[in-house]
Design a protein around this ligand. Structure first.
Ligand code: ACO
Length: 434
């Protein structure tokens, strides 16, 4: 939708039967105006119906802006392409939660603080030991983050901004440690403690890969690629998992369980689970010659099959993140000397879909996760861990939104309405009469 349709709209009139109501219109800094329907039920006795919230803004936010038609993504006003090229994930995390790019000394103090909150309580080891070796790491991550609330709850005062900020820092700091621990548990390796002399992303890779028996030789492109993927996945305004964090946060719940609920929402294949689904799909397609039959199957509604990594609720243009990931995929495979036939399958699939009327008419383009799995695979990250990578990055966005929400004077408990379609009032019938 183009915002030029109604550029200066300040009021909208809605009539329902005999009643009519003037509704105020909110003007965003960028994007389409939003009609405020708050007065509607009182004035007309009606609610609105919007499954999937495709037409509804749930909050005001100053964190991220997306123009899906133009393929634009801004974090706090900065284009994702500039951040991808010039920034680091930790700087982006600071930008997201604080609103401005940090000065040198602000960044140094943020980095120091994050670095010194990366340790987990030793009791976490026994929680982790309770999981079966084949537990999905996303299931472990949800559980581990939920249990973090038990360590930081009794003395937590959510009215205190400093305590809220510290919770956000702790989450950004500890999620990689927990994620790496979940992975190592699943393969039976001893846990590695975080090393403070490394930067955020390199430290995470060390916790993931380092074995006690020999030093880790890490190709710098691994940290570069991972940091880029973290930047690109850090926030995406009111997506399903962020909206989940906000919904849980609206009740005043503990921030660690808010983020655990975000991880749960992220796991689904329509959301963050897509990167895992893409690689499975590419493996099934197997060879470039099989691409056309996959395209045909995706167009056939009866098949129930969709092209994973294609399409987006908001982007009706090339996802700007996908272009950056595609470029990095070539760099990573080139520098690591990996020849992955799945890249040929992916490129052929993209080319064929972008020429096909079905995908063109529906404006279905590759999304951020179309190529990310190929990078993860080249870095030796198992498929089940792909969505965990996404969760590490999105933690920055989740906590930024949670902080913003806690400070928002308009924040109230999220409580949607429904169109009731069940039976009307009826009398109980005793069991022997049914
Ligand atoms: N393959 C084939 N057809 C598709 C695809 C796809 N990947 N995505 C959408 N369509 C079709 C739908 O069948 C529908 O067709 P119709 O109009 O003939 O009924 C039309 O395109 C619109 O699709 P919707 O499902 O209404 O679009 P919506 O905005 O609700 O869904 C979504 C977006 C969930 C991302 C969808 O495109 C999809 O399932 N993609 C595959 C999964 C995926 O990659 N998810 C990751 C999203 S990015 C992220 O979370 C990081």
């Amino acid at each position: 939708m183009s915002d030029s349709q109604n550029p200066g709209l300040s009021q909208a009139t809605l009539s329902a039967g005999s009643s009519s109501v003037e509704l105020p219109v909110h003007q965003p800094t960028l994007g389409a105006p939003c009609i405020d329907i708050g007065k509607l039920p009182k004035a007309t006795g009606c609610f609105t119906y919007d499954p999937g919230f495709t037409a509804t803004a749930s909050c005001k936010s100053a964190i991220t802006y997306i123009d899906g038609e133009e393929g634009v993504l801004l974090y706090r006003g900065y284009p994702i392409e500039q951040l991808a090229e010039k920034s680091s994930f930790l700087e982006v995390a600071s930008l997201l939660i604080n609103g401005e790019l940090p000065t040198k000394s602000e960044f140094a103090s943020f980095e120091h603080e994050v670095t010194h909150h990366t340790m987990m309580h030793e009791a976490f080891k026994s929680f982790l030991g309770g999981f079966r070796h084949d537990a999905h790491p996303m299931a472990m991550l949800v559980g581990m983050l939920g249990s973090m609330a038990s360590f930081y709850h009794n003395d937590l005062d959510l009215e205190d901004p400093e305590q809220r900020r510290l919770a956000a820092v702790r989450l950004i700091a500890k999620v990689p440690t927990i994620a790496a621990a979940c992975y190592r548990h699943s393969i039976g390796w001893p846990l590695r403690y975080p090393r403070n002399n490394l930067d955020y992303t390199t430290r995470f890779l060390h916790m993931l890969y380092e074995v006690p028996s020999e030093p880790l030789e890490l190709n710098p492109v691994a940290a570069k690629a991972m940091d880029l993927l973290f930047i690109l996945h850090a926030d995406h305004e009111q997506n399903a998992s962020t909206s989940t964090v906000r919904l849980v946060g609206s009740t005043g719940a503990n921030p660690y369980v808010c983020v655990a609920s975000g991880v749960a929402a992220l796991w689904g294949p329509a959301h963050g689970g897509a990167n895992e689904a893409v690689l499975k799909m590419l493996n099934q397609i197997g060879r470039p010659e099989n691409v056309q039959s996959a395209i045909d199957k995706a167009k056939d509604k009866e098949s129930g099959f969709r092209l994973m990594g294609f399409g987006h609720r908001v982007y009706k243009n090339y996802d700007p993140r996908a272009a950056l990931v595609r470029k990095m995929t070539h760099e990573v495979l080139g520098q690591l000397g990996v020849n992955d036939p799945l890249l040929d399958v992916a490129m052929k699939l993209e080319e064929a879909a972008l020429k096909d009327d079905y995908f063109v008419q529906r404006k279905l383009y590759p999304n951020v996760d179309f190529y990310s799995g190929i990078i993860y695979k080249a870095l030796g990250i198992p498929v089940e861990m792909f969505t965990v990578m996404f969760a590490i990055a999105r933690t920055a966005g989740w906590v930024a939104h949670w902080l913003e929400q806690q400070d928002d004077p308009e924040n109230k408990i999220g409580r949607p309405r429904q169109v009731y379609t069940g039976p009307a009032n009826r009398d109980y019938v005793s069991m022997d009469q049914r």
